[in-house]
Design a protein around this ligand. Structure first.
Ligand code: TYM
Length: 334
């Protein structure tokens, strides 16, 4: 079976970008008989940025409730919390010992931080940068390689990490004769980078997100806040440069997108276009939102689901890691 794996970092409330970039494609694939899915809460990753234990805990609950509300079948899928699988952390160390520091120097998140220091005129480019951030792609490689995932549905921001995971897998396979599968990023055409309220990439760190399951009124309010230009009703608008159109395209069918494009070009007003976007998304989200709210009121149920998932995940991870230990020479003497 083809293995599909993806994770969400538990640092915030899941937003439309997470949904279209990773959650929706992963759920769609999980329904395929020929696919075995591994979907998880990346809570170790959350410690890289999150310093508020309550927030991390709450975010984990929200992300888990989101997956379940969207109809994840936990009997078919392995649905777990990263930190419940200690084998991942052990693999993280083992593969880290085969990872070139130079490769990590090139990671986007780390480079962005050193660049920010440079622009601020710091003489120490590593000032304030923590090892968690530097090692982030190694842990992500361990997540993926642990279950030999073939396909990893993600937004474009994660593609480099997939390349790194392949590099690390290749080194392991070459030196230790392991048989790690080479994972591939799966990135959607209309969903690779969804923009946020201010027109930049929708991201927890820019505080420009539209959370997936905000109450209806708040959803309308946020959609009305999406930045547009100053063209008046009657003036033709360019869909290609418009966040509103981009978000619509991430949800609608090809035919609906073509229809909407005509409306833009015919000079529809921003107010109407915003109301229509709200109606469209709200229709899609109403039912799962209700399920989400019910799930959020029942953390014990979510915990039980995660426990079930952890057992399934460890049943695979433990023997696999045992074999890796043997291959690298750290198994018991016999
Ligand atoms: P995270 O938590 O930042 O984001 C979760 C997923 O959502 C995608 N995404 C977006 N897609 C389209 N448009 C956007 N604006 C947008 N914002 C976020 C991300 O690309 C991602 O797919 N390191 C990962 C979590 C992780 C992981 C893994 C993923 C840990 N281990 C193993 C896959 C496999 C992260 O921080 O994602």
């Amino acid at each position: 079976k083809t293995k599909v794996l993806t994770g969400i970092t538990t640092t915030g409330t899941p937003h439309l970008g997470n949904y279209v970039g990773a959650i929706r494609p992963a759920i769609e694939e999980s329904r395929d008989e020929n696919i075995q899915s591994y979907l998880f809460l990346a809570d170790y990753h959350a410690l890289i940025k999150g310093r508020d234990p309550k927030r991390i805990h709450q975010s984990g609950l929200e992300i888990a409730a989101t997956w379940l509300a969207l109809g994840l079948d936990t009997d078919r899928v392995t649905f777990y919390r990263q930190s419940d699988i200690p084998e991942i952390m052990e693999l993280n160390w083992i593969v880290g010992c085969m990872t070139a520091k130079g490769l990590m120097n090139r990671a986007h998140a780390y480079k962005a931080s050193t660049q920010a220091n440079q622009e601020a005129g710091e003489s120490d480019l590593d000032k304030g940068i923590l090892m968690g951030l530097f090692n982030y792609p190694i842990l992500m490689a361990a997540d993926i390689l642990m279950f030999n995932a073939n396909r990893v549905p993600v937004g474009r921001d994660q593609v480099q990490h997939l390349e790194m995971a392949r590099d690390i897998a290749g080194r392991m396979n070459h030196h230790y004769k392991t048989r790690f599968v080479m994972p591939e990023a799966v990135v959607g055409e209309n969903t690779a980078v969804l923009n946020g309220l201010d027109g930049r990439k929708m991201s927890k760190s820019y505080d420009n997100t539209i959370p997936l399951f905000v109450p209806e009124k708040k959803l309308l309010k946020l959609i009305r806040k999406i930045k547009t230009n100053s063209l008046e009703p009657g003036e033709p608008k360019d869909p290609a440069t418009c966040t509103l159109f981009q978000i619509f395209s991430a949800f609608a069918t090809e035919a609906e997108i073509a229809e909407k494009r005509k409306q833009y070009e015919a000079g529809a007003g921003w107010g109407d276009l915003k109301n229509e976007l709200f109606e469209y998304i709200n229709t899609v989200l109403t039912e799962p939102r209700e399920r989400y709210n019910a799930l959020m009121a029942d953390p014990a149920f979510i915990e039980a689901e995660l426990k079930k998932g952890a057992e399934k995940a460890r049943a695979e991870a433990a023997p696999f890691l045992q074999d890796i230990r043997k291959k690298v020479g750290i198994s018991p003497f016999a």
